[in-house]
Design a binder for this molecule. Structure first.
Ligand code: CTP
Ligand code: MG
Length: 234
C-alpha cells in the first residue's frame, strides 16, 4: 500500500512580507502561521508523516512547543536557496531517515497557506489517489487579465479561459517528484507541478477556492486571521 506523506517547505525568509521574523512564524490566530498548515495536515488520518523543511540556521522553530504533533512531525534543517531546492533536500533527507518508497504520495504544502481546509485536503487526495500523474489544488482565474507594456499601460487583454491559479498542496508520487525536481535544478520553477510538467507530464487541476491563498504581503495577514477566526467559531 502506498503511504501518504506531507512535506512543508518552510525555509523562506518572507522578503515580500518585510518582517525580521520569517513570515511562517508571524502570529496568526494565537499561533505561529505554520502551525495552522501542520494542524490540518496532521489531522488527516491518511497522512502518516508530516515533514518540515527548515532553513539550516532557523532560530524560531525551537521557540514553540510542537509536542501535540509529535507522532507525525519530522523536522529537517536542510532548506535550500529556492523553494524547489528546499523540497528536494527535504525529500532526500526524509528518504534517508524514513525510507520512502517510489510509489508513496508526497503532498507538498506551503507553510504560508495557513487557511487550507480539511475538506479541500480531502478532495485533493480523493481525486488524485488513483491518478497516474498526480496534481494540485488550483482556482480558475476570475478577474479579467491585462498584459502590460513597459510603461504599465495595457498591451492587450488575455483570455482567461482555461487559466488557473496554482495553489498547494501539490501531490505527486515520491519517485516521480524527486526525479522531476532533480531535472529542474537550476531552472526558475516556483512550484512542484512545473517540474513534473517539464518532463512532459500533465498534472491534474483539482478545483479549490481563494480561501487557500498564499500569505505574501503584510495586508494578507488580516485576511488570513479573519478566515481562521470564522472557521474556529463554527
Ligand atoms: N520556501 C522554502 N525555501 C526557500 C524559499 C521558500 O522552503 N528557499 C518556502 C517558504 O517558506 C514558503 C513556501 O516555500 O512556505 C512558498 O514560498 P514564498 O511564499 O515565496 O515564501 P518566501 O520565499 O519566504 O517569501 P518571499 O518570496 O516573499 O521572500
Ligand atoms: Mg519566495
Amino acid at each position: 500500500m502506498s503511504k501518504f506523506l506531507a512535506l512543508i517547505p518552510a525555509a523562506g525568509s518572507g522578503s515580500r512580507m518585510g518582517n525580521d521574523v520569517p513570515k511562517q512564524y508571524l502570529p496568526l490566530s494565537g499561533k505561529p502561521m505554520i502551525y495552522h498548515a501542520i494542524n490540518t495536515l496532521c489531522g488527516n488520518p491518511l497522512i502518516a508523516d508530516v515533514l518540515i523543511v527548515l532553513a539550516p540556521h532557523d532560530s524560531e522553530w525551537d521557540k514553540y512547543d510542537w509536542s501535540e504533533f509529535s507522532g507525525k512531525l519530522r523536522v529537517f534543517k536542510c532548506g535550500g536557496d529556492t523553494r524547489a531546492a528546499s523540497v528536494l533536500n527535504g525529500l532526500t533527507a526524509a528518504q534517508h531517515a524514513l525510507g520512502i518508497s517510489p510509489e508513496d504520495w508526497i503532498l507538498v504544502h506551503d507553510a504560508a497557506r495557513p487557511c487550507l481546509s480539511r475538506s479541500q485536503l480531502d478532495k485533493l487526495i480523493d481525486e488524485l489517489a488513483d491518478d497516474a500523474v498526480g496534481g494540485l489544488l488550483a482556482v480558475p482565474v476570475a478577474d479579467t487579465l491585462k498584459r502590460s507594456n513597459q510603461e504599465n499601460r495595457v498591451a492587450c487583454t488575455e483570455p482567461r479561459e482555461h487559466l488557473w491559479q496554482a495553489q498547494t498542496p501539490q501531490m505527486f508520487r515520491y519517485g516521480l517528484l524527486a526525479q522531476a525536481l532533480q531535472n529542474a535544478a537550476n531552472t526558475q520553477i516556483t512550484d512542484d507541478a512545473s517540474a513534473v510538467e517539464a518532463i512532459g507530464l500533465r498534472p491534474k487541476l483539482v478545483a479549490s477556492d481563494s480561501y487557500n491563498f498564499k500569505v505574501t504581503y503584510p495586508n494578507d495577514l488580516a485576511l488570513a486571521e479573519l478566515i481562521l477566526q470564522q472557521r474556529n467559531s463554527q
